[in-house]
Design a protein around this ligand. Sequence first.
Ligand code: SF4
Length: 188
Amino acid sequence: MERILVSACLMGRKVRYDGAAKTSGDALLAVWREEGRLIPFCPEVEGGLPVPRPAAEIEGGAGGPAVLAGAARVLTAQGDDVTGAFLAGAQAALAVARSFDVKVAILKEGSPSCGSLTVYDGTFRGNRTPGHGVTTALLELHGIAVFGEERIADAAARLREIEAFPRPGAGSGDGSGAGQEVPRISPV
Ligand code: SF4
């Protein structure tokens, strides 16, 4: 069975910067949850940031690839540099995804970690700009397809394709990580 990495806030976990959740009522997510496919994960919390925490944006709205390349930082509105925590969270997300052989992720749109179509533009004025969050950029760099919560039907289509043409030995990840350090996350 193919597992799916999901933003923990979409699963009702109160892990956002403001201490709230962004629970998705999507019917497909409910089915996948019933099947035990979903792996809830919050990169910012796993990267070491507290709840609540100051809102953060990628400077200049540059997007996750620029952060991964060291060409942009993630800053709070007060100017504190939280880039290290965002990078650590992205690496932890990749480790968990690999340990479960994840090929599809559903992550919260617009987030500086999880956005897959848009991120905020770095001005803290609520403006979005096209781009990827830091975790999304790292996952996609490693071949994991990321979809926002408005594109769950597209994620389902990708999953059907993957399950119709499985690679030998695919879909067998058990979360053990085969020796690498992996945050202890259980499917739900
Ligand atoms: S980092 Fe991702 S999972 Fe965590 S609160 Fe933000 S959008 Fe949700």
